[in-house]
Design a protein around this ligand. Structure first.
Ligand SMILES: *Cc1c(COP(=O)(O)O)cnc(C)c1O
Length: 230
């Protein structure tokens, strides 16, 4: 039952918070609903979750139109510049900005809607060539460049840590991202709010919380395994 899965995830979050001396209300749980039907999303909404993550623009737009409850949609996957216009007025946060060109496009579309778009910078913490995200060393400069765009607000950093069997292996990456987060925050750059650290997925969210995550993105742990063959 989804309800039991969710309860389990919430307990794990609560225990990780205890271990780290943090409060549970410092953590936002995003239910990652990619590939899952709206009926399942509805079930989780009924349990009180309002934050949902999707990694594909078309799927997010479809679900946005089918679900008429108040939901905060998060775009967590790679975003192509020509698709920004479809989601600009539908999402509360774009987690996956990793280039100035993409930020410029978001700025342009946000300006048309006269809104400020909240974004995170996606960092490729382990420098994996299979992953999106800006290089760790180039992150601060990218944040500084984007800070000049009027219709964008950088709210923090995001990462997708490597796929590992033992999640302890990712602890170092979470620690490094937090260091960078604090470093950028301490510079008090104009038009930048370093508030959000989006890190941790089903396999490693407890460790991410111990290392300072403020958003965890959990898919499988709530909705079960994904089937991409259908
Ligand atoms: C799919 C996905 C998740 C959730 O992954 P699970 O391992 O199923 O929890 C989190 N973040 C991103 C960016 C994703 O694409």
């Amino acid at each position: 039952m989804l309800k039991d899965n969710l309860k389990n995830v919430k307990e794990n979050i609560s225990n990780a918070c205890k271990r780290a001396g943090r409060k549970t209300d410092e953590i936002t749980l995003i239910a990652v609903s990619k590939t899952k039907p709206v009926e399942m999303i509805q079930e989780i909404i009924d349990e009180g979750i309002i934050d949902f993550g999707e990694n594909k623009v078309q799927e997010l737009v479809n679900k946005y139109e089918l679900i008429n409850k108040k939901v905060n949609w998060h775009l967590i996957g790679h975003l192509q510049r020509n698709k920004v216009k479809y989601i600009i007025d539908k999402v509360c946060l774009i987690h996956s900005v990793d280039s100035y060109r993409l930020a410029e496009q978001i700025n342009e579309e946000a300006a048309k809607k006269n809104k400020i778009m909240n974004i995170l910078i996606e960092v490729n913490v382990a420098d994996e060539n299979t992953k999106f995200g800006v290089k760790y060393e180039e992150t601060k400069q990218l944040v500084k460049d984007i800070s000049k765009l009027q219709y964008i607000k950088v709210k923090g950093l995001m990462t997708v840590a490597p796929f590992v069997i033992n999640p302890e292996e990712n602890r170092i990456h979470f620690q490094n991202l937090r260091k960078l987060f604090i470093d950028i925050k301490s510079e008090n750059i104009d038009n930048i709010d370093m508030d959000i650290l989006s890190m941790g997925m089903t396999n490693d969210y407890e460790i991410a919380i111990e290392e300072g995550a403020t958003i965890v993105r959990v898919g499988t742990g709530i909705f079960g395994e994904r089937n991409y063959s259908i």
